[in-house]
Write a protein that binds this ligand. Structure first.
Ligand code: GAR
Length: 211
């Protein structure tokens, strides 16, 4: 089990690079009581990321770690890790964080890291997943929440949700349809992890269903 201590709100740190709508979905789920965790900090690689403003609006500690301010990637990652360590994060969520994390970061985190991706992995990893899906002519795409390893969107899959792809879809219309599902899937994955219902068995993730 990854957690599940009774009466303890899991401390969740979030990394986001941009708009932060997935972060907002987590915040809203916490505020409405659907997601019993505490979001303890939001970090970004982009100083003017809307995600940081969303966090600040909710009085959640928010901090930018722009790579240009650090001497190396290692240095930048160390600084992020140190911050989340100070905040005692027990789970890190990549909610639109558009940078690959090094093995050093993943091992150093000392807690699970999960990511939301706008495609049905292992199809269409990396950038422009929705465009990749349209170009491949698939009839279904969707979103995936997975544990993060050092590969590009290659970690063990926790949850997936499909959406149909229509012939008249544009990258924008497909992205919107997927995003609506992301906003449900990510809070649900965090809820399951915080409730201690998610177990690892190699690449396979086992989920204990709610009673
Ligand atoms: C989301 O669609 C997320 O799945 C994607 O970036 C968007 C962030 O939106 N992430 C990736 O593509 C990671 N490979 P948001 O900032 O509004 O949450």
């Amino acid at each position: 089990m990854l957690s599940g201590k009774k009466d303890h709100l899991m401390k969740v740190g979030v990394l986001a690079s941009g708009r932060g709508s997935n972060l907002q979905a987590l915040i809203d789920a916490v505020k409405t009581g659907r997601l019993p965790v505490k979001i303890i900090g939001v970090g970004s690689d982009t100083a003017d990321a809307a995600a940081l403003a969303r966090a600040a609006n909710e009085s959640i500690p928010a901090r930018a770690f722009p790579p240009a301010l650090f001497s190396s990637r290692l240095d930048q990652e160390r600084s992020i890790l140190f911050w989340f360590e100070e905040l005692e994060a027990e789970l890190l969520v990549l909610a639109g964080y558009m940078r690959l994390l090094s093995e050093h970061f993943i091992r150093g985190a000392g807690c699970p890291i999960i990511n939301i991706h706008p495609a049905l992995l292992p199809s269409f990893p990396g950038l422009h997943a929705q465009r990749q899906a349209l170009n491949a002519g698939v009839r279904y795409s969707g979103c995936t929440v997975h544990f993060v390893d050092a590969g590009l969107d290659t970690g063990p899959i926790i949850l997936q949700q499909t959406v149909p792809v229509y012939e008249e879809d544009t990258e924008e219309s497909l992205s919107e349809r997927i995003l609506r599902e992301e906003h449900l899937l990510l809070p649900e994955a965090v809820r399951l992890i915080a409730a201690g219902k998610v177990r690892h068995n190699g690449r396979k993730v086992l989920i204990e269903r709610d009673a």
